[in-house]
Design a protein around this ligand. Structure first.
Ligand SMILES: Nc1ncnc2c1ncn2[C@@H]1O[C@H](COP(=O)(O)OP(=O)(O)OP(=O)(O)O)[C@@H](O)[C@H]1O
Ligand SMILES: [Mg+2]
Length: 557
């Protein structure tokens, strides 16, 4: 709206402005008569506008650009918590409340809009509520100008978008974690092929060729290094939630109890440990991989120790919490499904975390330690393991006070008492059956073939589903007892080939090998219940045992 009267910037001109405003907009029923209207609000606004404005719960501010006078026709108290005594009537009030990190940006952008020719301004910034917290606000403002185009009045409605912003941030964070996960998973998967080869050939050199003395020492070093590297790939896969887990129902209190001694050793003398356990009638059970949960707890305890340079107290606590359908943020983490959760909380009295650290905490390779001291994988892998187990992990921390990390795992009923299991033999099991090895990675294939032959099996090999089909066609009358196949291959997946083979040879047992967790594989390509699974990297003994187990099983498909 252009105004006919020129503005000088004093009170009289403000008054003139309002009259002019009224005069130039006779067609509208909007009416400002005196400067006092600035603080008391418009005197005549159609009822439905006023009602609609109230219904939004937005605050409305009217700022006279030239004088710096500010009025709050609506929402000063309802949205921001201030009453009229808060000296809210000059623009300085708004400038004081805006978050220091947003001040320059928002003020600069408004200044540019006022200096230009536009009639509106939109922006987001944080404003301090009377209780000290910051609200994320979206302000949409109209700019009124005089005949020469100079900005006269800035009327903005301020909408609280805090909840939306939090959701948005959460989404961006989880998308970022997903992308990291895919990258880490891809790298780890390829590395597993190399490591399987290194582990396998080292074993062959040591066992089959009987290397002795210094050479044997060197080979053992190679094997050990590959072993350590496979711990790293396992961590990366755990983060990307593609690590094959072996979950079982665990009593969480006893797991922590058993850990306590090693925890104490880890922590040193100047840190005291307290444990508070939830006492359920039948214990507190969750379904997780015990090795992985132990790793998570150790990661968290080591972090706590490192945060308590000068000693302190570590508190381990278990409890059971219920999440009902709508209480989404009860756990302070994203989207927990309704149900009961076992909560393990680890609290330290250490240095705490800054907001910056909190933001990046779960990212792989994020560390505040000096180069070479931390890999930054501790929390990333813990995050992956907990999420893959259907749980949640969240952190509360205050600089100078300490940190609490909480892990929530879905609670399950206590299992029936375990049945007796016969102990396995130490020697590698052998056999004479015919095995078809289908694996596109040449090193893993060669290695598997060598190991299986050395165990006495008849072995056929193929690098792709097509080759394997031709091979089966050629050796028509030769019975194949077992198919050892990679799950993921470029053209025909292991599952497709297994299904094809099943038509002509239903008695053939199937063992899948994969560096991925099954759930991450396309549903149609996963194994079915009766098929066996061997995660990469594996050594000769694990291969021999899995093959024998499958061959001896009664299951037919
Ligand atoms: N209990 C804690 N108190 C304070 N800061 C913590 C705590 N736990 C983690 N952090 C911060 O989070 C960062 C990342 O932790 P994370 O465990 O992922 O990696 P790291 O401990 O640095 O390295 P790594 O665990 O691989 O040795 C740490 O460098 C530290 O700054
Ligand atoms: Mg750590």
């Amino acid at each position: 709206m252009r105004l006919a009267t020129e503005i000088q910037g004093d009170e009289a001109s403000t008054q003139k402005l309002h009259r002019a405003d009224y005069e130039t907009s006779k067609h509208s029923s909007k009416k400002y008569e005196t400067p006092s209207d600035l603080s008391s609000g418009p005197s005549e606004i159609p009822e439905h506008f006023a009602l609609a404005a109230q219904a939004t719960n937005d605050a409305v501010r009217v700022w006279i650009v030239a004088t710096g006078a500010l009025a709050w026709p609506q929402g000063l108290e309802a949205l921001l918590g201030y009453d009229r005594s808060a000296a809210a009537d000059t623009i300085g009030f708004w400038q004081k409340l805006i978050h220091p990190q947003d001040r320059a940006r928002a003020a600069g952008s408004i200044r540019d809009a006022l200096a230009g020719e536009v009639n509106h301004w939109t922006g987001e910034y944080r404003l301090r509520h009377r209780d000290g917290s910051y609200l994320d606000l979206l302000e949409r403002a109209a700019i009124e100008r005089d005949a020469k185009g100079a900005a006269v009045r800035f009327v903005g409605s301020l909408m609280d978008v805090t909840a939306r912003k939090q959701l948005q941030d959460q989404l961006v964070r989880s998308q970022k974690m997903e992308a990291f996960g895919q990258l880490a998973g891809g790298v780890a998967h390829d590395f597993n092929n190399f490591l399987t080869t290194i582990l396998g050939y080292s074993d062959l050199l040591l066992d089959e060729l009987g290397m002795k003395g210094e050479v044997a020492g060197h080979i053992s070093e190679i094997r050990n290094a590959a072993g350590r590297a496979s711990v790293l790939t396992a961590q990366l896969l755990a983060f990307s939630r593609k690590h094959p887990l072996a979950p079982c129902v665990l009593e969480i209190n006893s797991l922590i109890n058993n850990l306590e001694r090693s925890l104490l050793r880890l922590l040193g003398e100047d840190i005291s440990v307290e444990c508070h356990f939830h006492r359920g009638k039948e214990g507190t059970h969750a379904k997780v991989d015990p090795g992985q949960l132990t790793q998570v707890l150790l990661n968290l305890v080591v972090n706590a120790r490192e945060a308590m340079h000068h000693g302190g107290r570590l508190t381990l606590e278990t409890s059971v919490v219920s999440v009902a359908g709508s209480e989404e943020h009860e756990l302070g983490c994203e989207e927990p499904a309704p149900g009961n959760y076992v909560c393990i909380s680890i609290t330290d009295t250490g240095i705490g975390m800054s907001d910056e650290v909190k933001q990046h905490l779960f990212e792989p390779f994020f560390t505040t330690k000096d180069a070479g001291r931390g890999s930054g994988l501790g929390l990333a892998t813990s995050y992956g393991i907990v999420r893959q187990s259907g749980g949640h992990i969240c952190v509360e921390s205050e600089v100078g006070k300490g940190t609490t990390v909480k892990i929530f795992l879905p609670e399950v009923p206590a299992p029936p008492p375990p049945s007796y299991k016969k102990p396995g033999a130490n020697k590698m099991p052998t056999g004479v059956e015919t095995i078809l090895v289908l694996e596109d990675d040449i090193s893993v294939r060669h290695l598997s073939v060598r190991v299986l032959r050395s165990l006495g099996y008849q072995v056929l090999e193929a690098a792709s589903g097509d080759d394997a089909q031709q091979l089966v066609g050629r050796s028509e009358n030769k019975k194949i007892d077992l198919l050892l196949t990679d799950m993921v291959m470029p053209q025909m997946s292991g599952r497709s080939f297994a299904d094809w083979l099943n038509k002509t040879s239903p008695q053939t047992k199937v063992v899948f090998i994969s560096g991925y967790l099954e759930e991450s594989i396309h549903p149609g390509d996963r194994r079915s219940q009766e098929m066996f699974f061997l995660p990469k990297p594996f050594d000769s003994e694990q291969l021999a045992e899995k093959i024998r187990e499958a061959l001896d099983s009664a299951a037919t498909r």
